[in-house]
Write a protein that binds this ligand. Structure first.
Ligand code: NAI
Length: 452
């Protein structure tokens, strides 16, 4: 689904007219170029700032960035006349909110010189791990700072945070993995989010461009929309992929799976034995299973006063009861490095009129994910969820034009996301470098104003 307003205002007279009239000015986001693995990670030099107490951690981060062949500076004066590709703010050892002023204001001083599609990433510690009021205040303070800053950025720039649990080093695989994801074009529609790294588990991949080499993934609802994008991105990252969809979508499922030389399985996931049939298929074709993506989902919107039993039951059966039932089988199957990633929704966080059934199921996914995390952690696996906001798919194309226009604009990037944006977040959570991220729900919503 194309966004004609975005087409109109992203260049020429449309752009200046929108500016003059004070209308939203969305820009085309910096996304991964499928034709080039060599595209730069960020669109310019990277500035690494700290609060003094975190200087050693910031030096370590700067070293790691140099290892990625980035042009790294520790002093804002050192890139005069150039536009910054990214600023990384390291405040892991800050002891009081008083410590944030220096680096925050230094960051403020360079904001006007951020490149389009630039990135701000904070690296801080988890407030829940501290008890001292001043320490909790500064850690929680980063949360408010980051979310507000993300709302001030322009031209497709984003701000996100990596939040480390106490004891997790700044160079832990998932700390680096999350930092790289947030800096890259892969996180185009992730904005204003703080991702927690809870353990030093995970592995830094031998090749960052193909981290899923050797892994086998199953994606439900793979015939179109977000599911088809997930299949393509996982395959691009090196995985062998099995796509599952209902027999009625068999033709388009085959097309998608042929494109990536994957394997198609026509199956309704609400069948009692769905998980067993998936496992049988995967074992026969590839002999192992590493990644499960619960993506299949349906909408049956109605105000609760008009809700029928069919609408309620059909939705719950596909969107939450099937993943719950299938996980009973998959959790035993997944070993070290295993991943379960489920599609939630911002409706499951903030609620949405006409979607009591959908929000019940999607909030259920968030709860299911939290509960699964410690269970699968015992085997060295993880369970996470992704909560998309407004994504341009067949599902959202059915929303009437006016509400659709509004739904697209009410986020910091003033546009809808693309299926690939959700797929990129899932591919990151599926990767070996995300082993220290568990039980979380990552929003891919452009910092939707709803529920933030
Ligand atoms: P879509 O309707 O374009 O695709 C869903 C796919 O799931 C279809 O191919 C469909 O045939 C398949 N499917 C449905 N029931 C199935 C069943 N019983 N067994 C096997 N396959 C089945 O949907 P879209 O937009 O790609 O959404 C994918 C996921 O993302 C869903 O879970 C949805 O709730 C979630 N999501 C989508 C958002 C959006 O803006 N499009 C926002 C938030 C969440």
């Amino acid at each position: 689904m194309s966004d004609t307003y975005l087409d109109l205002v992203s260049r020429g007279w449309g752009k200046s007219a929108a500016k003059k009239l004070g209308l939203p000015q969305p820009v085309r986001l910096r996304r991964t170029d499928p034709a080039s693995v060599d595209q730069p990670l960020v669109p310019g030099p990277v500035l690494v700032l700290d609060d003094g107490a975190s200087q050693r951690a910031a030096d370590d981060v700067a070293e790691a960035l140099l290892g990625w062949h980035l042009d790294v500076r520790r002093d804002p004066e050192l890139a005069k006349g150039r536009r910054w590709g990214a600023v990384v703010l390291v405040v892991t050892d800050a002891a009081s909110p008083a410590a944030l002023g220096g680096p925050a204001l230094a960051l403020g001083g360079v904001l006007r010189r951020m490149a389009p599609g630039g990135r701000i990433v904070t690296i801080s510690r988890r407030a829940d791990d501290a008890t001292d009021p001043s320490l909790v205040a500064v850690r929680q303070g980063v949360d408010g700072f980051l979310r507000s800053l993300a709302k001030e950025l322009r031209a497709g720039a984003t701000a996100n945070g990596v939040v480390l649990a106490d004891g997790v080093p700044v160079l832990a695989p998932s700390a680096l993995g999350a930092l790289r994801f947030f800096l890259s074009a892969r996180s185009a529609f992730v904005d204003g989010q703080l991702l927690q790294v809870l353990t030093a588990d995970g592995e830094v991949p031998a090749d960052w461009t193909r981290p899923l080499t050797g892994r086998v993934a199953v994606v439900t609802g793979a015939a179109r929309g977000i599911g088809a994008a997930i299949v393509r991105v996982l395959a691009r990252d090196g995985a062998r992929v099995v796509g599952v969809d209902v027999p009625a979508a068999g033709d388009s499922l085959s097309r998608v799976m042929n494109e990536v030389r994957g394997s198609a399985l026509q199956l309704d996931i609400t069948a009692e034995d769905a998980a067993e049939r998936i496992l049988e298929h995967v074992r026969e074709r590839y002999g192992r299973l590493d990644v499960v993506v619960h993506n299949a989902g349906i909408l049956r919107d109605k105000l609760l006063a008009n809700m029928t039993e069919d609408r309620w039951n059909d939705l719950l059966a596909v969107n939450i009861l099937a993943p719950l039932r299938m996980n009973e089988t998959f959790t035993d199957e997944l070993g070290a490095g295993g991943r379960i990633i489920s599609l939630a929704s911002t409706s499951g966080i903030a609620g949405n009129r006409g979607q009591t059934n959908y929000a019940t199921a999607k909030a259920g996914i968030i709860g299911m994910t939290r509960a699964l995390a410690p269970v699968v952690a015992a085997a060295g696996a993880t369970a996470n969820a992704v909560a998309p906001g407004f994504i341009e798919t067949d599902m959202t194309a059915r929303i009437p034009p006016m509400p659709r226009q509004i739904a697209r604009r009410v986020n910091s990037l003033q546009q809808g996301g693309q299926p690939v944006d959700v797929a990129e977040a899932i591919a990151f959570l599926a990767s070996p470098q995300a082993g220290g991220v568990n039980g979380q729900t990552l929003r891919v919503c452009g910092q939707n104003m709803v529920g933030q």
